[in-house]
Design a protein around this ligand. Sequence first.
Ligand SMILES: Nc1ncnc2c1ncn2[C@@H]1O[C@H](COP(=O)(O)OP(=O)(O)OP(=O)(O)O)[C@@H](O)[C@H]1O
Length: 444
Amino acid sequence: MTNHLLLWVVLLAATVGALTRKWWAPHASRWAEARQIPWRWWLLEYPVLTVRMRVTWRQVCLLNGLSISRRSTARVVDGVMVRGVALRQSPPRLGLPHLTRTGVVVRIRIHPGQTPGPFLAAAQALEHAWRVHGVRVTSPRRGEVLITITAHNTLDDTARDVAAPTAGPVLVARVGRVDDGGPWVLNLRRIPHWLVVGATQSGKSTLLAAFIRAIAPQPVALVGIDCKGGMELGLFGRRLSALATSRPEALRVLTGLVTEVQQRMTLCWSAGVRSIWELPEDRRPVPVVLIVDELAELYLMDGTREGRDQSEQCSTLLLRLAQLGAALGVHLVVAGQRVGSDMGPRVTALRAQLGGRIVHRVHDEASAEMALGDLSPDAVAVAQMITEEEQGVAVATIGGRWVRARSVLVTTEEARQVAEEYAALTPDLPALAAVTFEKEGGAA
Ligand SMILES: Nc1ncnc2c1ncn2[C@@H]1O[C@H](COP(=O)(O)OP(=O)(O)OP(=O)(O)O)[C@@H](O)[C@H]1O
């Protein structure tokens, strides 16, 4: 009898559990995340911040034009419409701040007629009023503004993220950490091509190294173009299927890759599919990632006719790869100090094809505007605030929003180790057979 009762209780509990799973699953994951929150933060700093937010909210809204008057502020005086400032203004309702590992997230329901624009502009005022490291304003849902607060600078040290790379999902690479403490992941399956911009010594090559380090254990062909003599990508020589260290070599690599793309197109066409990912695994060609360190070297005009021809050919081939490559498993990660129309023909067309954007410290607004202006205009100002001390820190676009992130610092020794350890995984690309001799040199 007791056994039967026990069985019924267990069955009832399992049924109730299954039926209410939709309710408890998000809470469970929130609690799992909450366990990683340092006690000092949730016990001492969070309550203080919450009170400070409540106390200052009305005034911050008033000073930054975030409050509205519920009654009309226009009057007709002697037949003339006069508009004034209402004494009584109400700020939008501040939601309950939710704890995260590095700060809080708070939702705000904006008044009818308001847009997220003024909230974006007020981000810096909020940082000062609440005495926090960073405030990020986004609007994931209509009628709502989400304020993500980072209490302290979490990007001052990413060295402890240097764990041994593991073979995760293909074309998904963890390159560092974002400012809410989570991993910074470049997903080339979702965004096939990436543009990395930054002034000299801002951390572009380090980011490329972090990317290669993360993707090296995966079944992927890596091809490098490093016209600065192969100083950066040469360290990974043995893991690269080809490495071009000058513009004539780059031209051959690009021509080879376009041939590869054409062969893949024929393969897909004959199999009746639209992308290599629809092919059966045993017939699917290996994905290729072309990494270009310093785009400007490809476009450099040296005044000679030959130089101009090479530059034009490089730009045409790169653009072709960007246009056709995504479905055919050929991806681009292109780094440069700036990417503007003044560099040469088809540069802006290439930029439009590179959907993923990463901007390190830049010297001028124009450079940030070129890389982020068309996708995330509000991130342009944030990119310009990156200081010289913050090497490796960047603003990156991720899934329609932007984040501040920092790449893992990969040392020269580590780069060599990675190349050595995963050299056996380097696939041979027949279309690039003629340019593989450089990789021997790079590895030496
Ligand atoms: N994530 C990082 N964390 C700490 N330091 C970094 C990071 N990234 C880069 N640095 C430092 O910045 C220096 C310059 O980085 P890097 O060579 O990547 O810059 P770059 O933008 O490629 O410069 P250039 O255009 O002149 O080649 C590195 O030597 C390193 O000391």
